[in-house]
Write a protein that binds this ligand. Structure first.
Ligand SMILES: NC(=O)c1ccc[n+]([C@@H]2O[C@H](COP(=O)([O-])OP(=O)(O)OC[C@H]3O[C@@H](n4cnc5c(N)ncnc54)[C@H](OP(=O)(O)O)[C@@H]3O)[C@@H](O)[C@H]2O)c1
Length: 256
């Protein structure tokens, strides 16, 4: 893994942050994006370089504008000599999900739902296309989208996100089927509830947390590091025949 390059969206917090630290620890150079937290992102890049003797750089990106992926990757081309891994991780929240995060009868097809579609499926498609072009030049690579078990089990107010996570998993399988000939593997890591800012923003956060601990065979919430480990595994040669697959990392919560 040493000397390879990871591109990841949304590296400032939660699962994205844990993932870039995981890869950097193993000698992987890291290009990651932020949306609102520029200063935090630059501090993280410096910390990664100081701690792990790798190259790390933060770039602005708004996943509601998937056209930005083109210029993002052009910038990355100037700073890094190759792209080996791409992780579609960032997710919108707050005002942009109004009409998409809520009960079924409150959903608004265009405003909220369309935003979540663009930020989930649109960002995966645009980012993976740019990444795949670079991966072809180095003989292959690994693309991962972060999904959630909320597309398989009911989570209150999660219909908009859950349906788009199901959609991005389906898109992942199409990408895997067509990119295999370039030795590019494409997979999803589907997380159960993970302790991050995104989950703490749920209106029923305490309830979700208690229920997760109760349902988990391991009697605890998921951590960002639990997901980062699975993402890392899928990028290593140990996962060399795994493609078009969704790896569920849920502490056993989905079955119960
Ligand atoms: N937490 C869970 O329970 C859970 C479970 C399963 C799957 N997931 C999935 O895991 C992924 C990461 O979630 P998380 O919980 O780690 O989230 P998080 O801690 O809230 O972090 C969200 C990240 O997305 C970035 N972001 C926000 N709005 C953006 C925009 N418009 N354009 C580009 N980037 C934007 C943020 O950047 P700034 O800080 O710069 O704003 C931040 O880096 C998501 O795909 C989520 O659906 C989460």
């Amino acid at each position: 893994m040493k000397g390879k390059t990871l591109v990841l969206t949304g590296g400032t917090r939660g699962i994205g942050k844990a993932t870039i630290y995981k890869f950097a620890k193993h000698g992987v150079n890291v290009a990651f994006t932020y949306n609102s937290n520029k200063e935090l992102a630059e501090d993280i890049a410096k910390d990664l370089e100081d701690k792990f003797d790798i190259k790390a750089k933060a770039y602005p990106l708004n996943i509601l504008e998937p056209d930005e992926f083109k210029s993002l990757f052009e910038q990355i081309d100037k700073d890094f000599d190759r792209v080996d891994f791409f992780v579609n991780n960032a997710m919108i929240y707050g005002r942009s999900v109004v009409g998409g995060y809520g009960k079924f009868m409150k959903l608004r097809p265009k405003k909220g739902l369309l935003n979540i579609y663009i930020a989930t499926v649109g960002a995966f498609v645009a980012g993976a296309q740019e990444a795949a072009k670079r991966m072809q030049k180095v003989g292959g690579g690994s693309i991962i989208t972060i999904s959630s078990t909320g597309n398989r089990i009911y989570i209150e107010n999660y219909a908009g996100h859950g349906t788009n996570k199901a959609a991005v998993e389906a898109m992942m399988r199409y990408a895997a089927t067509e990119l295999g000939e370039y030795n590019i593997r494409v997979n999803a890591v589907s997380g159960g509830p993970i302790e991050t800012d995104a989950l703490r923003a749920f209106t029923n956060y305490e309830e979700v947390k208690a229920e997760t601990i109760k349902r988990s065979a391991l009697n605890r919430m998921g951590t960002p590091e639990d997901i980062a480990g699975a993402v890392y595994f899928l990028c290593t040669d140990d996962a060399s025949w795994i493609t078009g697959h969704t790896l569920i990392v849920d502490g056993g919560t989905t079955f119960r």
